[in-house]
Ligand binder design. Structure first.
Ligand code: PHE
Length: 349
């Protein structure tokens, strides 16, 4: 009987090691604990023993084997149940990363939507332009330094009858394209990429983003330009900013201005020359330059077939990268283009 018990135990361990599923486990239970199981047969054999003490001894041994087998099967069944049937709704999910718009797209869209609220429509121009639209029609004469090969990326393909092809160096050609094809009244903004062969550093990139804006109609004057740009600056930065128009020169606008807003970081515009502290954004000047603008030069209107005696217009152009840097205190333009998730995810909205 002793041999039989240890043989049964060995056989059980072997069968157990082959169990792969809940079903196998169930079969194992019936084989070893069922009515016709070898263990039950052992119990029957015990009843035939003569000696009472022997009966008690073997009864105990067979019982402990039965208990051992049943507790092993019980335990395995419990585990299988957890694995197969239970769904733990409190278990932490694996992390899902949702993408977001790039910070430059966010800034670009919010600038455009401010102008859209004022009735401007968005028209995107092309990134490949010709000399006529990038320069000549904008009154930029042949000797102007911006036409130099060191300041513009010319494409290595034969020139057409509108001059050499190039990567546009500003979004102003959009003014020309729209005015050539459409009659006033016009109120348009035109966002997009522009290219200049500048040496890349913290504030220069060979590619950056601009938004051009212009309006042409009868009776448009400088006060319209001031009103539109002041509304924009207060909506985009804060209602508290002040706006300053400084005389400047652009070949395609007359008069021309550069537009500054009071520093949104240190708010120290009134400190003037004698300022003591150093603001890292305005460097103590109290003002931040945000764009160039002016009244569209009558010659530019004429170049596009618009009667400059009846119509006047204003135009402005701003750098999206620069404005995003000012608004969020970003000190290196290269951060926009390095695709470093640690930088980008700060602006997830
Ligand atoms: N095109 C100019 C630039 O790139 C900006 C500008 C646009 C200025 C329209 C005046 C009017 O610097």
């Amino acid at each position: 009987m002793e041999k039989e018990i240890s043989r049964l135990e060995e056989e059980f361990q072997k069968d157990l090691s082959l169990v792969k599923s809940r079903e196998d486990l169930e079969k194992l239970r019936i084989k070893y604990l069922g009515r016709k199981s070898p263990i039950n047969q052992l119990f029957t054999q015990i009843t035939h023993l003569e000696n009472r003490e022997e009966k008690a001894l073997w009864g105990k041994n067979v019982n402990s084997l039965k208990e051992k087998i049943s507790s092993i099967i019980e335990e395995k069944l419990k585990n299988a149940e957890i694995k197969e049937d239970r769904l733990d709704l409190t278990f932490p999910s694996s992390q899902v990363y949702l993408g977001s718009l790039h910070i430059l797209s966010i800034v670009n869209n919010s600038i455009c939507s401010i102008f859209e609220r004022m009735g401007f429509i968005v028209i995107e121009g092309g990134e490949i332009e010709d000399e006529k639209h990038n320069f000549s029609s904008l009154n930029i004469h042949l000797q102007h330094p911006s036409r130099d090969v060191f300041d513009t990326f010319y494409l290595d393909i034969p020139e057409g009858n509108e001059g050499r092809l190039l990567l546009r160096s500003h979004t102003s050609p959009s003014q020309i394209r729209v005015m050539e094809k459409n009659k006033p009244p016009l109120a348009v903004i035109s966002p997009g990429r522009v290219y200049r062969p500048d040496k890349v550093d913290a504030s220069h990139s060979f590619m950056f983003h601009q938004i051009e804006g212009f309006a042409v109609d009868k009776g448009i004057n400088f006060s319209h330009l001031k009103g539109v740009l002041t509304y924009f600056a207060k909506s985009f930065f804060s209602s508290e900013v002040e706006v300053r128009f400084r005389p400047h020169f652009f070949p395609f606008t007359e008069p021309s201005v550069e537009v500054d807003v009071s520093c949104i970081i240190c708010k120290s515009k009134h400190l003037g020359k004698g300022y003591e502290h150093k603001c890292s954004v305005c460097r103590g000047k109290g003002w931040l330059e945000i764009l160039g603008a002016g009244m569209i030069h009558p010659q530019v209107l004429k170049n596009c077939g618009i009667d400059s005696k009846r119509y006047t217009g204003f135009a402005f152009g701003m750098g999206v990268d620069r404005i995003a840097m000012l608004k969020y205190g970003i000190d290196d333009i290269r951060l926009f283009y390095q695709n470093d998730i640690r930088f980008l995810e700060q602006f997830y909205i």
